[in-house]
Structures are given as C-alpha cells and as structure tokens.
Design a protein around this ligand. Structure first.
Ligand code: FES
Length: 154
C-alpha cells in the first residue's frame, strides 16, 4: 500500500489539466505525466481513499472509477469503468471522473448499487467492493434498461 502523499508533491514539470471529480471542477498545473489517477485520489489533499490499490496492474479491478467523456461519433456522453491504477492523471483532462464517494455514502445516502451490494451481503472482506460498485454503476449508466443478464455476467 502506498503512503499518502501531498497533492503538491505530484506536480513537477508537466502539463495543465482540467476535469470534473465527483461533480467539482479540478484545475491542475504542472502535472507530472507519470502521476497515476489513483495516486492523485489518495493524496492528503484529495483523500478519496474509497478507491483501493491492490494489484497495481489492471488485473483485479479494486481501483475502478467511472470516466465520462464526450463521444463525437455517438454525439453523447459515454460512461466507462477505468482502472485508476494504470490511468495517467493527465489523461483525465476534459473528462468527468466519479469515484465511489461520488455515488453516495452512509451519511447522505447510498446509490442503488451500493445499497444492493450491502443489503445482500455482496462483499467478503469489502476491500474491493468499491471497485465492484463502480463497475456495476458504469455498466448501468452505459446500458440502462437494455442491460441483459448475459451482459452482467460478462
Ligand atoms: Fe488492481 Fe487497479 S489495483 S486493477
């Protein structure tokens, strides 16, 4: 597990980016191109530690967050799950990023997926539950009422 670092420490020689994180606009200058999204989420200043780092190589899904971007071909916003452990922070420029904290919590209310997972004992130790939630939420956002059982299983 990586130690919490300061958001300022990830800035060095780099580029400027702007994106939306859980509904708030974020503008960053001099972002190091080697900084990963999960490292930014885990900085002391941001503190979105609900997204977990486990394998660090896009194999387990514990670090999943939802990326929303404009699709020029489809002419609409498209939601997709991404592995924040391999996703460069600079690649978030112009995107919307949603973490499990952006969906809901026990104080202000759980999202439907968070609620169903909890109510149906859908987790074991719970460490990867946020990744499951973000994957399921992204799938529901993308497919809506057309989602089939086969697509869920896949
Ligand atoms: Fe396992 Fe990212 S931490 S996929």
């Amino acid at each position: 597990m990586n130690d919490m670092i300061s958001a300022d420490s990830i800035k060095s020689q780099g580029t400027s980016i702007k994106f939306v994180l859980n509904g708030d606009t974020v503008s960053l200058d001099n972002v190091d191109q080697n900084t990963l999204l999960i490292d930014y989420l885990h900085t002391n200043d941001i503190g979105l530690t609900g997204t977990k780092l486990v394998c660090g190589e896009a194999g387990c899904g514990a670090c999943t967050v939802m990326q929303t971007k404009w699709d020029d071909v489809a002419q609409r916003l498209v939601d997709q799950p991404i592995n924040s452990c391999i996703h460069p922070l600079v690649a978030c420029d112009g995107m919307m990023i949603t973490t499990t904290e952006g969906l809901g919590n026990t104080k202000t209310g759980l999202s439907p997926v968070q609620f169903k997972l909890a109510a149906n004992n859908g987790s074991q130790c719970g460490f990867c539950s946020a990744g499951f939630v973000m994957n399921m939420h992204s799938l529901l956002q993308a497919k809506g009422d057309t989602l089939t059982e086969k697509e869920i299983e896949e």
